[in-house]
Design a protein around this ligand. Sequence first.
Ligand code: PGA
Length: 248
Amino acid sequence: MRQIIAGNWKMNGKFSDIAPYAAALSSAGTPAAGAPVELIICPPFPLLQSFCAALKDSGASLGAQDCHANASGAHTGDVSAPLLAEAGARYVILGHSERRADHGETNADVAAKVRAALGAGLVPIVCCGESEAERDAGEAEHVVRHQLAHSLPPEFKGLVAYEPIWAIGTGRTPSEADVAAMHAAIRAALVAQFPATGAATPILYGGSVKPGNAAGLLALPEVGGALVGGASLNADDFLAIAAAALAS
Ligand code: PGA
């Protein structure tokens, strides 16, 4: 199955990082469209357009990290989905746990953003995942099912990323058995919620994916790729994760 490896740069990176990063991807022979691995880079908003030009010949795609639910208006500091598309983004991460925590985004907010993204022709990557306390309480699958039920509107088409909050940026990951169990639960929920498309919706794993653990995670059933934070900032690490995906 085609694997999708998306790099979430979060609030990191500078204009001067773009050229060397894009050169590393190009010289490694970034897989072209239709290849078994698709690479997506999600930098901060201001870098999108320059990154788009730099990645033109690489086969990699570009994504944003958030969008507003409205196409325009009096929303100081926000960015609309149509403008992201115009800047060169094909994808947009929505409902990341850092957005939910830092900006109080609710499932309903995320669903509205998904509609806006789809309306602008962007492919949403919708994040879900439990806190450590919720996992310890045995509530992880229930929490994730609830997030999916309320963050994905009926017209949803795109990707889902399972990111346990306690694994993000901590160097800790769930056991492979726990990842497989959660991805199976997410698949079942997607099939029930979207009978026509749920079986084919890619489900990425995210949370401390590194070159050293990528092969094991990406080989698990129902893991369709990875959403990579810290390790995506280094082109060599990101490419090593992509290579693990190619081998899976
Ligand atoms: P991490 O972040 O790889 O640094 O844990 C993943 C994410 O938040 O998308």
